[in-house]
Design a protein around this ligand. Structure first.
Ligand code: ZN
Length: 148
């Protein structure tokens, strides 16, 4: 009993679920039309994230969320990604309860963080990315809701 309570607490403190999937696109307007046709519903939000040099839009598909990202500067990580790999899935984001604790847990497990300190991202979240060289080539984002 005691053990299972501890186990549940540990689970809560780790990654909770996939928060969204990020897709790199060249032209956000065109892609918004495409994903609207795909889901039968428009994006519910467009947001500029100046610090990352991206413009984002968000779609809901049932309980899931898709983030489209278009570069707004030439040195944006999205511009570099599209140059190397073309359009496509860019990252998978996981919701966490406490991003600071999660970053230290992951560093303790030997993962390399791109952001060792969480920063403000789109959609009212604190975010931090793990380096894909430590995660089998998958870019992983941690997201914590900002509670004001
Ligand atoms: Zn994201």
């Amino acid at each position: 009993m005691y053990n299972s309570v501890i186990w549940i607490i540990i689970l809560i403190l780790r990654m909770k679920k996939i928060e969204h999937i990020g897709i790199a696109v060249k032209n956000l307007n065109k892609s918004n039309d495409l994903f609207k046709a795909l889901f039968g519903e428009s994006h519910y939000k467009i947001e500029d994230v100046e610090s990352e040099g991206v413009k984002t839009s968000f779609f809901k598909c049932g309980p899931n969320k898709i983030e489209l990202l278009q570069a707004t500067t030439e040195d944006s990580p999205i511009a570099k990604f599209i140059e190397k790999k073309g359009e496509g899935i860019h990252h998978i984001a996981f919701a966490v309860e406490n991003i600071k604790e999660e970053i230290s847990r992951l560093q303790g497990e030997g993962f390399t963080m791109i952001h060792e300190v969480a920063k403000r991202g789109a959609d009212n979240k604190l975010i931090a990315f793990l380096h894909p060289k430590s995660t089998n080539g998958v870019l992983i984002e941690l997201c914590q809701d900002i509670r004001d």
